[in-house]
Design a protein around this ligand. Sequence first.
Ligand code: HEC
Ligand code: HEC
Length: 300
Amino acid sequence: MNKLPLTLLAAVLGGLLLSGCDKPAPAAHQPAQYDLVRLEDPNQDIKTYTIPQDTAIVDAPNAEQIFYGKRLLNETKRLLPEHVGADMNCNSCHIAQGKIPLGDPYINSFNFYPRVMPRAGKEVNLVQRINGCFQRSMNGKALAPESKEMQAMLAYMEWLAQNTPKEQLVDIRNAGVVDESLVADPVRGEQIYYAQCAACHGDNGEGTYDTRGDVVFPPLWGDKSFNIGAGMARTYKAASFVKYNMPMGIQTRGLWGHGNVLSDQDAVDVSQFFAHKPRPDFAGKENDWPTVPKPKDARY
Ligand code: HEC
Ligand code: HEC
């Protein structure tokens, strides 16, 4: 038998195997990339934005401050008990540390504010927006703008927005869309809750805790949940979060349990059910929507 073709074959195969090693990792493992768009002309693409890896924080001149901000967003309840009434962390709602589309990402927050917000009826800066989540979503107290903690959270959000000029945004949406003309059926919502949500969020919406007392699955109603002033207390706002992020753990569109197993009607029904359960009141609610008609799912 002539040995030459075999040697050739081995060389070709070897070459293929070797070049295989240089191939890029599968798409799912590549860093997420999005288009950048101009605020005044969203159709004009400028360049791409890549979500930075947290391992690169060490290279930033204010790395310590950024790491502290990241930690505060993850462990808000434990680190800031005086400011957090609910058993929640910021990232209980800002999914995957505020880094994924439709899960309330922080990616555009640094460039998006200040801006006039309908609920406030005036211009709101990023400090006020964060404090809005402290007072409503966390049922807690505002942080002083100059405090080390507030500055650290701002530093993390600024770091996330790196390489995006102020007048540009990343083409990534905060929340998904649900059909707001659907009429909610809370009885159906209750059935969906006990079938799809109660295993993690509890039979009484009380959430699940680990043995240290830290929250694992945050409460959906009761004294330890967000108050009625929170966006999440509004049926359609909650549904646009729930549809695209819950039930967590069911993988349909990505590495994180990225929801999308409920229909719009399911999401509206289950949101009506849990959002309208008893929860803390919000002092100052009478000042909301002073200049525009309030949304139809407003609680007051
Ligand atoms: C109960 C859920 C919940 C919790 C807890 C929560 N937030 Fe939010 N947050 C929201 C929702 C909902 C929005 C509105 C997103 C939208 O625009 O649809 C929001 C908006 C924001 C925004 C503006 C995002 C943007 O770019 O427009 C920032 C910044 C923010 N939250 C920070 C925080 C911080 C910091 C904490 C912790 C102190 C926190 N949030 C806790 C639900 C929550
Ligand atoms: C496998 C467990 C699991 C299931 C099932 C689940 N969730 Fe969640 N949910 C979570 C976790 C975990 C978080 C907090 C996010 C984080 O820590 O990353 C969360 C957060 C939430 C939040 C925002 C925080 C809060 O407490 O208000 C809402 C609202 C929510 N879930 C609603 C639902 C609804 C409605 C269902 C059923 C359709 C559901 N979840 C099913 C695990 C789950």
